[in-house]
Design a protein around this ligand. Structure first.
Ligand code: FAD
Length: 500
């Protein structure tokens, strides 16, 4: 409530925030978390009787405060499929900046609510590029294993993979990759693979096999509310306020920090403004959320002592999407698991790692869809715009050309081997490449630059960054395992040193 004093306030309930809350609580500290999105575990089911709708039928639950859907695959057979929806505190934010739309999860659990659950540890030899100031030996010996255990990472049963109709698209992806000489690999995931096999057997309600993913999974996925946050809440020392947005942080007169919170309703109206005092504040609002807060606080004089690295070093993990048109004799299957389980690795030779992605429409599409992670060298900067009271991002769409060039090292070759072409009917305007989005925002409060080497913000004792904002723009693979492992490393040091 208004006027409350808490030892630790955590802004955001994604990976970084959940790790911080659990480990602080286990160390005996009372933690209060604020989350601008909804607590989906308490939300009433929709007209389909479920909390989360299918990816094929977005509605008011699907998008964060938009009046029209913005589906990543926006067209089908050339026809636009976006539609009007009521403005609502939905689960997926497609946050528009001038040169890119940044997709993010909204709600208790952050990105874990909407993501594909692909839980990939970077190859050790690439780690120096991912987090240059971090000791790789410690990460691979201690913190990556701890993160994988905490997240519940597992692997598909290779025998079931060969049998099930739901991964035909992935087997076709493998065949095409291997015929062109690329390394194809299984990718670990936090989806409960036993549950998925039971879905296939028809003994439990379908989720991954029932077209649920982008707007939430009703079953099967080990999201943060089922892992880190469940453990945190079992300590009895963690409280979460949903539909509370942190609006400002400034030093309090008698020590600690004053945090202004805006409580909103599901229409987005502010229904109360509260001021709380916190001994320590952890920024865990995600790369974009944390960067926006810090850049604004620095520019408006709330936290003028933050250094000039704040807002810098933002990257999009080189994300780019493409579809290939398969021959009629190479169908990918009408029924597809929404959880990707494989990738094509051409990182060393071509700077691209491509997920073999599903297109779970319920009908045969003869398309192979891929989301590539590429070594895009460009980095954007967040700046506060006082005229609009908004934070702008300098990313330019044209910078994605580097990503396209890298992704083409895989797909031009596959097309030439297979005698196939790119699809032009999936992203509108005959576009081949979806170069206007990212699922993987990283950076803006980079480790060892905006903060010290453990996430302590320069200029202010007791302010920390502990989310994807710390990572300088690229993880070479899907990012959440690295975000989690880095948070595990940093919170251990912070508990040992700053709370002793
Ligand atoms: P987040 O998980 O984004 O959490 C930040 C939280 O803070 C959010 O809940 C947000 O609502 C809240 N917040 C923001 N601002 C405020 C504020 N001012 N006040 C209060 N709360 C606030 N990664 C993978 O590794 N594998 C995948 O398969 C994968 N698939 C993805 C698919 C999609 C569609 C998307 C969108 C992402 C995917 N990702 C994937 C990326 C992954 O989800 C993110 O990298 C990860 O969630 C980032 O973690 P975080 O802790 O930095 O922040």
């Amino acid at each position: 409530g208004d006027g409350a004093k808490v030892p630790v306030l955590v802004i955001g309930t994604g990976y970084g925030g959940s790790v911080a809350a659990l480990r602080l609580a286990q160390a005996g500290v009372d933690v209060h978390m604020v989350e601008m999105g909804q607590d989906w575990a308490t939300v009433a089911p929709g007209p389909d009787g479920k909390i989360h709708p299918k990816v094929t039928s977005p509605d008011y639950r699907s998008f964060w405060m938009r009046t029209r859907t913005k589906q990543p695959v926006s067209n089908f057979l050339g026809f636009p499929i976006d539609k009007d929806v009521p403005k609502h505190a939905g689960i997926l934010d497609a946050e528009d900046f001038a040169g890119i739309s940044v997709y993010q999860g909204r709600g208790v659990g952050g990105g874990s609510l909407v993501n594909g659950g692909m839980a990939v540890t970077p190859k050790r030899e690439n780690f120096g590029d991912v987090l240059p100031s971090v000791n790789a030996e410690e990460m691979y010996a201690t913190y990556y294993p701890r993160a994988n255990a905490g997240l519940g990472v597992g692997q598909i049963d290779p025998d079931w993979f060969e049998r099930t109709a739901y991964y035909q698209y992935s087997r076709v992806g493998r065949k095409h990759a291997e015929r062109s000489g690329f390394d194809w690999t299984f990718v670990p995931d936090v989806y409960d693979w036993d549950y998925m096999e039971a879905e296939d057997a028809g003994s439990v309600p379908k989720s991954a096999l029932g077209q649920e993913i982008l707007y939430g999974n009703n079953h099967g996925k080990k999201t943060l509310p089922k892992t880190y946050l469940a453990e945190a809440s079992a300590t009895g020392k963690v409280a979460i306020s949903a539909l509370h947005r942190a609006a400002s942080v400034t030093p309090a007169a008698d020590g600690g920090y004053q945090v202004v919170l805006e409580q909103i309703n599901t229409d987005g109206d502010i229904v109360a403004t509260k001021t709380v005092t916190a001994g320590k504040v952890f920024f865990a609002a995600g790369s974009v959320g944390t960067s926006k807060l810090l850049v604004k606080m620095k520019a408006t004089g709330a936290l003028p002592g933050l250094n000039s690295e704040v807002g810098q070093g933002w990257g999009e993990n080189g994300n780019v999407m493409v579809g290939r048109a398969n021959h009629m004799w190479d169908p990918t299957g009408p029924e597809q698991s929404t959880i990707p389980c494989s990738g094509i690795d051409n990182w060393d030779a071509g700077g691209a790692f491509a997920e073999v992605a599903p297109l779970p429409t319920g009908i045969e599409t003869y398309a192979s869809l891929y989301l590539s992670i590429t070594k895009n060298p460009h980095r954007g900067t967040f700046t506060y715009n006082s005229a609009s009271d908004a934070v702008d991002l300098s990313w330019q769409t044209a910078w994605k050309q580097d990503s396209i060039t890298m992704a083409k090292t895989i797909f031009d070759k596959i097309n030439s081997t297979e005698g196939t072409i790119y699809r032009t009917d999936l992203f509108g305007g005959y576009k081949i490449w979806n170069d206007q989005l990212t699922y993987h925002p990283l950076g803006g409060a980079v480790l060892d630059r905006a903060t010290d080497n453990y996430g302590r913000l320069h200029g202010y004792d007791g302010l920390y960054v502990i989310d994807g904002g710390l990572i300088p723009g690229n993880t070479s693979v899907n990012p959440f395992v690295t975000i989690t492992a880095l948070a595990e490393r940093n919170i251990e040091e912070i508990i040992a040193t700053d709370l002793a």
